[in-house]
Design a protein. Structure first.
Length: 285
C-alpha cells in the first residue's frame, strides 16, 4: 500500500508538471508526453503480453503509435500541398505490419499477429483522444469562441473523474467494504461494493469540479452521464485485464511500482477517452 501511494503521488506530480508546461508554455509538451506513454503502452502490449521478441517489429509499432498520436493531435501533417492524416499513416503501418507478419510468420501466433496489426491503432486513437481532451479549449478557441485552456483542464479532470477517480474510489471502498466479487475470473480483487463506491466517488468529484469551474450549466448532463461513463471506464479496465489474464500476467509491466505498467494505470481510457471526446464534440457535455 505504501509503495502504491508513493508511486501514485509521484505519477500525479509528473502529470501535473507536464500539464503546467503544456498550458503555460506550449501544448506540445502535453502532446509529446502523451505520445511517449502511448508508445510505452504499445511496447508493453506487444513485448510483454503478445510475447513479440523482434526489436524491429516492436520499434516500428512504437514509432507508429507516437507519430499517430502527434498527427491526430495536430490534425495532420502538411507536406507541400498534401495533408498527411492519421488515416494515411495507419494504412502505411498496416501494410508494413502485414509484410512483417509474412516475414516473421514462424515466430508469430494469432495473438501476436492481431496485436501487431490492430492494437497500436487502438492505443494511438485512445491516447490521441486523451490529448484532444486535454487541449480542447486551446485548440478550438477560434472555432467555438469564448473557450480558454481552462475548459481543457475542466474536461481533462472530468475524464479523470470517470476513469482514475472511479478506479481509486473503487479500490479503497473495495478494500474496506468489498465482499461480493465483480468478475473474479478476470480481476479477482474487484468487488460489487467497490464498483458502487467508485461510481459514488465520481459523482461527488463531478459535483465539486462543476461548481469549482463554474460549469453549472453542465451539471445535469454530467450527472446523467457519470454512471454510464464510469461503467465504460470499468469495461475498459476489465478488457485490459482480460488481455493480460489470457496469457497469465498480473501486470503489463513494472514501470510504476505498486501499480504495474502504463497500461495498468491508463487501461480505462482505452474506451472512455474516445467516447468522452465524441460527447464533448457533439456538445452533449
Amino acid at each position: 500500500m505504501k509503495t502504491r501511494i508513493i508511486s501514485g503521488v509521484i505519477l500525479i506530480s509528473v502529470i501535473a508538471g507536464v500539464l503546467a508546461l503544456g498550458y503555460l508554455v506550449n501544448p506540445l509538451f502535453m502532446t509529446a508526453f502523451i505520445a511517449i506513454i502511448a508508445s510505452i503502452a504499445t511496447w508493453e502490449l506487444l513485448h510483454n503480453v503478445a510475447k513479440i521478441e523482434s526489436k524491429i517489429i516492436n520499434a516500428i509499432a512504437v514509432v507508429y503509435t507516437a507519430v499517430a498520436v502527434v498527427n491526430f493531435a495536430l490534425e495532420g501533417f502538411q507536406i507541400g500541398k498534401f495533408l498527411i492524416t492519421t488515416y494515411h499513416i495507419t494504412v502505411v503501418y498496416v501494410l508494413i505490419a502485414v509484410f512483417l507478419t509474412l516475414k516473421k510468420h514462424d515466430k508469430l501466433d494469432l495473438g501476436g499477429i492481431l496485436s501487431l496489426c490492430v492494437m497500436p491503432f487502438v492505443m494511438a486513437y485512445a491516447f490521441g483522444s486523451l490529448e484532444k481532451i486535454a487541449n480542447y479549449g486551446a485548440k478550438y478557441e477560434l472555432e467555438i469562441g469564448g473557450i480558454s485552456a481552462l475548459t481543457g483542464i475542466y474536461y481533462l479532470l472530468m475524464m479523470l473523474v470517470f476513469s482514475a477517480g472511479c478506479d481509486t474510489g473503487a479500490y479503497f471502498v473495495g478494500v474496506t467494504l468489498g465482499k461480493h466479487k465483480l468478475c473474479p475470473e478476470i480481476s479477482p480483487k474487484k468487488t460489487v461494493e467497490g464498483a458502487i463506491g467508485g461510481i459514488l466517488t465520481s459523482v461527488v468529484f463531478a459535483l465539486i469540479f462543476n461548481f469549482a469551474f463554474g460549469m453549472t450549466e453542465k451539471l445535469v448532463p454530467t450527472l446523467i452521464f457519470t454512471i454510464p461513463l464510469c461503467i465504460v471506464g470499468m469495461c475498459g479496465d476489465l478488457f485490459a485485464s482480460t488481455i493480460k489474464r489470457s496469457v497469465g500476467l498480473k501486470d503489463y509491466g513494472n514501470l510504476i511500482p505498486g501499480h504495474g505498467g502504463i497500461l495498468d494505470r491508463f487501461d480505462s481510457i482505452l474506451m472512455i477517452a474516445p467516447i468522452y471526446l465524441i460527447l464533448i464534440s457533439l456538445g452533449v457535455l
